[in-house]
Ligand binder design. Structure first.
Ligand code: NAI
Length: 714
């Protein structure tokens, strides 16, 4: 037996050494410099021992083989040389793993990501446990870097060129089955029969020296791409073409592709390339911003950040009730059931209840068809939801989440009833997107237990929850909702109750400006799609007019109506959206919004002219500004509207710190992550250039561009 702080070797009489890892004081194993240094000592031991025939690498943590390198340490790297050394160190250690004489096997359960997979790739075999927590991938490009501990060299040789490109460039995370199908994992073990499965594999290895692998699917195309220079070069140039538009924002994609190519040509150069490329990429603004967001997400998930009282920190919520089983309610109920909570879903009548049930069932069926859920999972999760039209079951919930239609009267009626039906300590939360939570709380008895819990659509894939602090909410209530958000696997941002909270508030001036620009372009007879093109070029996942059509013009009109703080009472945008809504021009769902659609495909621009009647138009010329070299006039109008509103959120303490706005905007709207969020982006400019540009825009377009105070001290 040999022992280290994080590692431990156990040997039996049959020549099997099990190397256990359990990184102390962390829920996930990560490769910090210290953990790697210890692994080096573990390897000294393994290299010197002469009785081992099989070495198993296993984690003591149930849901984490290795989550990857310790991202916190990235921020301490100051020069390309230091980064290259970090890469070299990992490469050397994993080369020693690869060179071990005994047969090496990685036993994977839970996260096996980044450096974790690079470690497993250096072993002779990989066994993965079929559990929902098992996720295998090389997501480094998501942090703006490339796998640089040998991942780009070993993976393509194991799974082939095309799979490696997909896994590394798209940061795919595979479950055990999928990993086995592409030959990344040699055997899948069932969760309940883990030890038996491992025992069987070890027996086979001791007896025959190898593990029988399932036959690899061979296709002519795969042979052509993996085995011929011409096939490879065709695949690589096709990928180069595909990623070309993203390279300006995500240079890591190009570097990773080059490294993968070298793995087929000259691995020695490939390893060298990994080291140099890491050095270049890790200091790039893209990487700094992506790493910053990653670390801030961890911060937002830490209860201490939100001062969650000790009394509620460790106490898990077991039962929630959801009122309303529409788009949001059904999504919330399904997510809670998936995360192991008991759910009571209440609707107003049997028809609506059946509709809610079939909405959830359909969504699970889809996951079942895609093998993302098993039949047992579906049964278990459906059983976890109690569907009802009665109040009595709701009273059993510790937290009630209301997701009924967005009108103040209805919300008040519902909460008045809730405060009668539930015990005084039951936490009551509204999923309203734009109504005042404090005003709703006025009708609640013991209003300190009331707050907002603002989910985003679609609930299963949007990572953010705004936990809204009403004037009345107690710290215990806020703490319980932060805990619940964490239990649901989401990232909570605590925000003060104010119109639109953070995300809609900061997004709306951007969307408002998009309509104003669209109106001006229409009046001038120019092409509107220019707006979307320019904003996508800036880095937004979709253009603002496309976004309107996606969320629905009627929904946007409704939100705009309840956010007169941002829009002003006499808003042109509100008028246009209202008129479009009245004409049934609702966006994608009605096949016509800012664009026209045929069979759900875009078929050109819609005509805005009919909506401009009696709207007073002045058509100002865009002023020259100090930011002209960095952004087009349209980009400046839209993005600076957003930045300025983000500044106002700080001025009004909607959230206390800039990183919170940035993280919320990236997670809630997809704001260009490589820029780090609106306020991080604003920090790129000199203060004077930023303020002067805003003043100039204010002079031409109006006081909405008057610089927020917070921007003066960014
Ligand atoms: P929806 O119209 O799809 O669903 C509302 C459901 O509530 C319907 O099934 C209805 O039968 C039910 N309902 C009505 N009165 C009820 C009552 N007294 N008790 C129980 N159930 C009742 O609406 P959606 O989109 O799910 O929105 C719900 C809430 O979530 C709204 O406040 C909305 O602003 C908010 N929200 C919506 C988002 C979205 O993208 N749809 C995003 C974030 C928040």
């Amino acid at each position: 037996m040999a022992d280290w702080k994080h590692w431990h070797i156990e040997r039996n009489d049959n020549g099997v050494a099990t190397v256990w890892v359990d990184v102390q004081n962390q829920s996930q194993n990560t490769f910090s410099a210290a953990v790697l240094a210890e692994l080096s000592e573990v390897l000294d031991d393994l290299e010197q021992a002469n009785t081992d025939q099989v070495i198993l690498f296993r984690s003591r943590k149930e849901n984490s083989f290795f989550a990857g390198a310790d991202v916190k340490e990235f921020t301490g790297i100051e020069t390309a040389k230091q980064a290259a050394e970090v890469s070299a160190r990992g490469q050397q250690i994993f080369a020693r793993v690869e060179a071990l004489a005994p047969i090496t096997v990685a036993i994977i359960r839970g996260a096996c990501m980044g450096g974790g997979l690079e470690f497993a790739l250096a072993c002779n075999y990989r066994l993965a446990i079929n559990a929902s927590a098992t996720r295998i991938g090389l997501p480094e490009t998501q942090l703006g870097i490339l796998p640089a501990w040998g991942g780009t060299q070993r993976l393509p040789q194991i799974v082939g060129l095309l799979q490696a490109i997909g896994m590394i460039l798209q940061a795919q995370k595979l479950n055990a089955d999928k990993a086995a199908r592409i030959g990344l994992v040699d055997r899948v073990l069932e969760d309940g029969e883990l030890e038996v499965g491992i025992g069987k594999a070890v027996g086979e290895l001791l007896a025959t020296g190898s593990l029988k692998k399932p036959p690899k699917k061979r296709t002519w195309a795969k042979w052509f791409v993996d085995r011929t220079a011409m096939g490879r070069s065709l695949a690589i140039s096709a990928t180069e073409k595909k990623i070309a538009p993203q390279l300006g924002h995500y240079p890591a994609l190009g570097k990773a592709l080059q490294a993968i190519r070298l793995s087929f040509v000259d691995p020695k150069k490939g390893y060298e390339f990994e080291r140099e490329a890491l050095g270049e990429l890790i200091l790039s603004p893209t990487c700094r911003n992506l790493v910053g967001l990653f670390l801030n997400k961890e911060r937002a998930r830490n209860p201490q950040t939100w001062e969650v009282p000790e009394s509620v920190r460790e106490k898990k919520i077991e039962t929630i009730a959801v009122l309303g089983g529409g788009t949001m309610g059904a999504g919330i109920a399904q997510l809670a059931a998936k995360r192991g909570l008991k759910v009571i879903l209440k609707e107003i009548n049997d028809d609506c209840l059946n509709a809610a049930r079939s909405r959830i069932q359909k969504s699970m069926d889809k996951l079942l068809a895609r093998k993302r859920m098993s039949e047992a999972d579906v049964r278990q999760q459906m059983d976890a939801i109690e569907f009802t039209t009665e109040w009595a079951p709701v009273s059993r919930a510790e937290v009630v989440v209301e997701a009924v239609p967005e009108t103040m009267e209805l919300k008040k009626t519902v909460f008045r009833e809730l405060s009668k039906q539930c015990a005084p300590e039951t936490v009551l939360a509204s999923n309203t997107s734009a109504l005042s939570v404090s005003e709703i709380a006025d009708v609640v008895e013991n209003p300190q237990r009331m707050a907002g819990l603002h989910f985003f659509n679609p609930v299963h894939s949007m990572d953010l929850i705004e936990v809204v602090q009403a004037k009345q909410s107690s710290s215990e209530t806020m703490g319980k909702l932060v805990t619940l958000s964490r239990q649901l696997g989401k990232t909570p941002i605590v925000v003060k109750d104010s119109p639109g909270f953070v995300v809609n508030r900061v997004l709306m001036p951007y969307l408002d400006e998009a309509v104003l620009v669209a109106v001006e372009l229409t009046a001038r007879g120019q092409d509107l799609s220019q707006i979307d093109r320019e904003l996508k070029k800036f880095g937004m996942p979709m253009g603002p007019l496309e976004l309107y059509d996606q969320i629905g013009i009627d929904v946007a009109a409704h939100v705009a109506g309840s956010m007169s703080v941002v829009f002003g009472e006499d808003s042109v945008t509100s008028k246009i959206l209202q008129r479009m809504t009245e004409q049934g021009q609702l966006g994608r769902k009605s096949e016509s919004g800012f664009y026209r659609y045929e069979k759900s495909r875009r078929a050109g621009l819609a005509d805005l002219k009919p909506f401009l009647a009696d709207i007073e138009l002045d058509l100002p010329q865009a002023p020259p500004t100090p930011l002209d070299e960095m952004m087009t006039p349209i980009q400046q109008r839209l993005i600076l509207a957003m930045i300025n509103e983000a500044g106002r959120c700080l001025d009004e303490s909607v959230v206390p710190q800039a990183w919170m706005v940035d993280l919320a905007m990236v997670l809630g709207t997809g704001f260009a992550p490589f820029l780090g969020g609106p306020l991080s982006y604003a920090k790129q400019f000199s203060r004077d250039d930023l303020l002067q540009t805003l003043e100039q825009l204010a002079a031409v377009y109006g006081k909405r561009y008057q610089p927020a105070e917070a921007l003066k001290s960014l």
